[in-house]
Design a protein around this ligand. Structure first.
Ligand code: G6P
Length: 605
């Protein structure tokens, strides 16, 4: 998703804008630009593609300024090009924007009717024109800005500069987050705390509907009604250190190897290793509910599907899981004794946030399993159940996923205990198993040599099928998603038993099948499915454990994962599918950390 930075500073602004935009690269983008005041005039530099292209433009046409705005664009309206890159300008006004202005076509027609002409295909340009026309009508800057905001429908975060107001940056938040960074005689506006991280760790989070006027001395914040409000700054942890890749080639590789720690930190919030008990951080009593409704998107959705298997199996708690973009637009039958759980790494995904609000409007109590504790979802939920994966930079989620699955598994144990499905001894056994997960995940991440060799062959495939049974079918779908996201190879995840009902028609010598087959009570069934694949010439790769290996060595190439109880098997088998996708993408030479067309945090519908 688009990234925003605004700076009212004392030192050259162009390198600072670029530095901040680099921190925002992880969100995914396809063009970038900056605008700043040079001798009182606004100058603009933009480039399609990566930031190095913008840096090259700045090298040949430098900008001498201390106040300006910058943007990384992830195309929604209009293809990625220099012309569509932000900032956009009209008259005295220059705008950068994240989100979508839903009524832009209507506004554009109206503004065109007044004789205004447009340079780009974007929805953003209408915002610049609207503000400019309010200025022309004689309104002072902040009032003109507010009048324009009142005309906008949709989701947006904005940063605006106005010719003639060289010490002013305006911002507004309606949906996607926006933060104000407080420096010493300098002020910053950013799409998240990472954007302002190079300059300050004192940050105010704007509320939905807020707008703000920054100058070098401070910020005046107004709520949606126009009343001036206080949004006091908070100290946030320094982001600079955790953003380094260390010795790894990609953030994704680092994050795969960060998983034992991410899971351990997360479990520390849920497990009591002395009493051998599991509990939600806020002590939630699962015996007060009859049903769980999970909503999430992408990888977080698959964490939810795994949780469904576990909640039903161990806690006897009926659990539904739905992708948030569907849930929000239908009329789900919800009962008062249902707990809605949203799962999200970022806590900002527009569909998940809207689903959460939808459930709230229907009178549901909401819990969120979320990695960013200051995010919109964290702030809006009744219960915050954190994951402690640390910032995840690779667009393809890895450590946030295992942190989600580990938090949810701990909640399953808590629910099983509170609902009297297990006695104290059994609960202690389950806690012991879960406490072993970080070590087993570390062991699983060591199978790299086999994985690399298999990935080389996978990188030649056009289609790949992933199979699994039980919770492993959800991990199969997550495996397929990982491969699609970063290697651009078409992949599908299936419940192994469904193979014969359709997908088996796809099998030929060119279509590898990857089976997730721990030696559990369903192992033999999966083994039969793999024989059906082998009989049709399909190359089979099995991720199994030491006990399963002898049974599969004649049918499949093997990746050996540590033996694990079914309670934690999804966690222990996750590194294998992540590394397979990672090395396949490396062999193909794709942009692993910022795959094409994808965004880390999708703040539009
Ligand atoms: C985007 C990302 C996915 C992520 C999904 C949900 O599509 O590319 O990797 O799983 O959003 O994100 P969330 O922050 O809500 O977990």
């Amino acid at each position: 998703m688009c990234g925003i930075i605004g700076i009212v500073g004392q030192t050259p602004v162009a390198p600072r804008l670029i530095e901040s935009l680099k921190r925002l690269e992880y969100r995914g983008y396809d063009s970038a630009g900056i605008a700043a005041f040079e001798n009182g005039r606004v100058v603009r530099r933009r480039a399609e593609g990566k930031l190095r292209n913008l840096e090259a433009v700045l090298q040949s046409e430098p900008v001498q300024a201390t106040v300006g705005v910058g943007h990384t664009r992830w195309a929604t309206h209009g293809r990625p090009s220099e012309r569509n890159a932000h900032p956009h300008q009209a008259g005295r006004v220059t705008v950068v924007h994240n989100g979508i202005i839903e009524n832009f076509a209507e506004l554009k027609a109206e503004l065109a009717g007044q004789g205004r002409s447009f340079e780009s295909e974007t929805d953003t340009e209408v915002v610049a024109h609207l503000i400019d026309s309010e200025l022309k009508a004689g309104k002072p800057p902040v009032e003109a800005f507010k009048a324009a905001l009142d005309r906008l429908r949709g989701a947006y975060a904005l940063a605006v500069i106005i010719e003639g107001e060289t010490q002013l940056v305006l911002g507004a938040r309606h949906g996607p987050p926006l933060v104000v960074g407080w420096g010493q005689g300098e002020m910053f506006l950013g799409s998240d705390a990472l954007a302002v991280g190079p300059f300050t760790n004192r940050v105010s989070y704007l509320h939905d509907g807020d707008y703000v006027a920054l100058d070098a001395q401070g910020a005046r914040v107004f709520d949606g009604t126009g009343a001036e409000v206080s949004r006091p700054p908070k100290q946030v942890s320094s982001s600079a250190a955790v953003m380094e890749k260390g010795n790894y080639r990609h953030f994704m590789e680092k994050e795969i190897h960060d998983q034992p720690e991410a899971v351990q930190h997360t479990l520390a919030a849920y497990l009591d290793p002395v009493r051998m008990r599991a509990e939600a951080p806020d002590g939630f009593d699962f015996s007060t509910i009859d049903r769980i409704q999970i909503v999430a998107c992408g990888t977080a959705y698959y964490a939810g599907v795994i949780a469904k298997y576990l909640f039903e199996r161990y806690a006897g708690l009926p659990t539904d899981v739905e992708v948030a973009s569907e849930f929000r637009y239908r009329s789900p039958a919800l009962s008062p004794r249902t707990l809605a759980i949203a799962i999200s790494q970022s806590g900002e995904t527009a569909d998940t946030l809207a689903a959460l609000r939808h459930a709230r409007a229907e009178g549901q109590k909401i819990a969120v399993v979320v990695n960013v504790p200051t995010s919109s979802m964290a702030r809006e939920a009744d219960r915050l159940w954190p994951t402690h994966a640390g910032p995840e930079i690779g667009v393809a989620s890895t450590k946030a996923f295992t942190a989600q699955v580990s938090a949810l598994t701990a909640l399953v144990i808590a629910a099983a205990g509170k609902r009297k499905k297990v006695d104290g001894n059994e609960q202690a056994r389950m806690v012991r198993l879960l406490l072993e997960a970080p070590r087993l995940i570390a062991e699983a991440s060591e199978a790299e040599d086999e994985v690399r060799a298999i990935a080389y062959d996978l990188s030649k495939a056009r289609d790949v099928l992933y199979l699994g049974r039980g919770a492993m079918s959800a991990l199969a779908m997550e495996g397929a998603l990982k491969l699609k996201e970063i290697s651009y190879i078409h992949a599908e995840g299936y419940a192994a038993g469904e193979l014969k009902h359709g997908p088996i028609a796809l099998i030929d010598e060119q279509t590898p099948v990857i089976a997730l087959a721990p030696y559990d009570e369903l192992f033999e069934k999966t083994q039969s499915n793999l024989q059906e694949v082998g009989a049709r010439g399909g190359p089979v790769i099995a991720v199994t454990d030491r006990r399963g290996a002898p049974h599969l060595s004649s049918t499949a190439r093997l990746i050996i994962a540590p033996e694990a109880d079914p309670l934690i098997a999804p966690l222990v088998f996750a590194p294998a599918i992540q590394l397979l996708a990672y090395y396949t993408a490396v062999h193909k030479g794709t942009d692993v950390d910022q795959p094409r067309n994808l965004a880390k945090s999708v703040t539009v519908e």
